[in-house]
Design a protein around this ligand. Structure first.
Ligand code: FES
Length: 136
């Protein structure tokens, strides 16, 4: 039922684990089954320099998590945000229709992690600005 690529990444996922003190983080639960995807990203100059995941889910969710980490490493945030569920399906050599939702969740997780990074960065700027204002 699964492609060779999915089985390969399910058995040997890439970039599994956690980044300490990440720049952006996402934790997404699949409402259909309760499984969870955690994604951690490190950003330097708007480029994703490191990304890791912990996915507690089916083979499709684990393989999709693994492949997206490989697809986005070295990409700018804007480039990474253009990745779609269809791109994931294509890279994995197809996904059984009942598992498409599981694989699409990882795209949502990436967007949530990027938004988390941008939110933290803008609140850091605000704090910096308010410190500067207080000094004058
Ligand atoms: Fe739960 Fe796929 S993530 S069945």
């Amino acid at each position: 039922m699964y492609s060779e690529k999915i089985m390969e990444l399910f058995k040997n996922p890439k970039n599994i684990g956690k980044i300490e003190d990440p720049d952006g983080v996402a934790k997404i639960e699949n409402p259909k089954c309760g499984d969870v995807i955690e994604l951690y990203i490190r950003i330097e100059n708007d480029i994703i320099t490191n990304i890791k995941f912990n996915t507690f889910g089916c083979a499709a969710a684990i393989a999709a998590s693994s492949i997206i980490t490989e697809m986005v490493k070295g990409k700018t945030l804007d480039e990474a945000m253009k990745i779609t569920g269809e791109d994931i399906v294509h890279e994995l050599g197809g996904i059984p229709p009942v598992k498409i939702y599981c694989s699409n969740l990882v795209v949502d997780a990436l967007l949530v992690a990027i938004r988390d990074f941008r939110k933290k960065r803008s609140s850091a700027h605000l704090k910096k600005d308010s410190i500067g204002t207080e000094q004058y």
